[in-house]
Design a protein around this ligand. Structure first.
Ligand code: BTN
Length: 258
């Protein structure tokens, strides 16, 4: 079903746009149609019943309180795509709400120290052609009680943290508008030209961090000193900074979430 995306100005992505009353996973919806849909196709829903998160976690929002959107990129994008999406989402949410949004490496978007957006980018092959899907989930209308009950102590929603909450289609449109120039540059020149924009928003830099495996075990600790050209986090554990690539690891602050 089509539904207008008010304010959409992007020309190279965001069309066709599919509004889904409900979806299992929007990433899967795009993947299943990856062969026939063009570059830039997007789908979105407020009711995602089998959403997928990083490290095999679930990301569900069947209650209409959370936006799930996915965008098809053809051919597939380099691995720093989730970081590029994190910049676009933080810019879009700042524009729309006036709030301050930051990024916890690699791609959690935070407001007032709470995670309001998760990003899962996946690459896949169909008949020898490679595609990427950029999946973005934004917490919009949930209450603090909802997250407490779900055991998501570091999560927050726009409704909890921002004075004005835009409608979902407006958010979809602005994320796409913000992503377009970043993606064009990224697909042409890679991540280096976008690195300073990312670093300016990254809450981990200059802080002591613990690197966790997908099972939550601490693999290393050290000082986060910068971002490498491929989007890896540079961490100095005493012998000089070495890159930590973002596949299946995540970071925490030494004393807490950040
Ligand atoms: C995370 O674990 O932080 C990433 C969550 C990513 C969720 C989004 S919602 C839209 C897209 N569809 C999915 O199934 N997952 C992503």
């Amino acid at each position: 079903m089509n539904r207008d995306l008010p304010g959409l100005t992007a020309k190279t992505i965001g069309s066709p746009a599919f509004y889904l009353e409900t979806a299992g996973s929007t990433n899967s919806w795009i993947k299943e149609r990856g062969n026939s849909l063009p570059h830039g196709a997007v789908c979105w829903t407020g009711r995602q019943t089998a959403g997928r998160g990083r490290s095999g976690r679930r990301w569900e929002s069947g209650d209409g309180e959370s936006l799930a959107m996915s965008l098809l990129i053809k051919p597939s994008a380099p691995t720093a795509l989730p970081l590029v999406c994190g910049i676009a989402v933080s810019q879009a949410l700042r524009d729309l709400t006036g709030g301050q949004f930051y990024i916890k490496w690699p791609n959690d978007v935070l407001c007032e120290g709470r995670k309001v957006c998760g990003i899962l980018c996946e690459s896949f092959f169909i008949a020898d052609r490679s595609f990427s899907v950029a999946g973005i989930g934004v917490n919009i209308g949930q209450s603090a009680g909802f997250f407490k009950q779900a055991g998501l102590h570091h999560a927050g929603s726009l409704k909890m943290l921002c004075p004005a909450v835009p409608d979902m289609p407006v958010i979809v449109a602005e994320v796409i508008n913000r992503l377009e120039p970043l993606l064009l540059r990224f697909l042409k020149d890679g991540f280096p030209p976008l690195k300073s924009e990312y670093e300016a928003r990254c809450v981990n830099l200059g802080k002591e961090v613990a690197i966790l495996s997908s099972h939550g075990e601490v693999i290393r600790r050290g000082l986060a000193t910068g971002i490498a050209d491929d989007g890896s986090l540079m961490v100095d554990s005493g012998g000089g900074a070495v890159p930590v690539s973002f596949g299946e690891v995540s970071v925490r602050g030494i004393d807490g979430y950040i």
